[in-house]
Design a protein around this ligand. Structure first.
Ligand code: ZN
Length: 155
């Protein structure tokens, strides 16, 4: 699931439409550079699993604003690598491509554990997701989880 929210950079006023790929944690924060001034902005997606509710939050150098048509897009994801080429693309869903690749590994080895090991222990294989492009993963809370490696940055 992708949650769409808009944030203004408190430093320069640039408004961003932020598309946040939902993870599993109750609090998922993301850091990224403002697309105008480069200053770091930190936003979060909060999930209340008992109430089945979610909401976004401005944490650092960010303010909630209404969506502005044409505002730059910033894609972040709690668990999946965001290829650089799709980082600022609306309607991008790279997690689907990565899930399909993981499914193929799981089917080949007969286990989801194989896909998990492949994803976390094989930077080269994981980097192949990115087709040689730079990418990043901005979830601060999930670093070290089995899906988040950010290994494509040097691909
Ligand atoms: Zn800014």
């Amino acid at each position: 699931m992708i949650v769409r929210s808009s944030f203004k950079c408190a430093t320069c006023g640039q408004i961003h439409t932020v598309r946040i790929g939902m993870g599993q944690e109750a609090h998922q924060s993301h850091r990224f550079g403002c697309m105008n001034c480069g200053e770091d902005m930190v936003v979060a997606l909060n999930v209340d699993y008992q109430a089945v509710a979610h909401w976004t939050e401005a944490l650092e150098n960010a303010e909630h604003v209404g969506e502005v048509p044409g505002a730059p897009i910033m894609n972040v994801d709690a668990n999946f690598i965001m290829p650089e080429s799709e980082r600022h693309t609306d309607f991008a869903f790279p997690r689907l491509t990565q899930l399909r690749a993981m499914n193929k590994v799981a089917e080949k080895h007969g286990s989801l554990a194989a896909a998990r090991e492949w994803r976390s222990a094989s930077p080269n294989a994981a980097a192949s997701y990115c087709f040689g492009r730079k990418s990043w993963s901005g979830n601060i809370d999930s670093l070290g989880s089995w899906m988040t490696t950010g290994v494509c940055s040097a691909a």
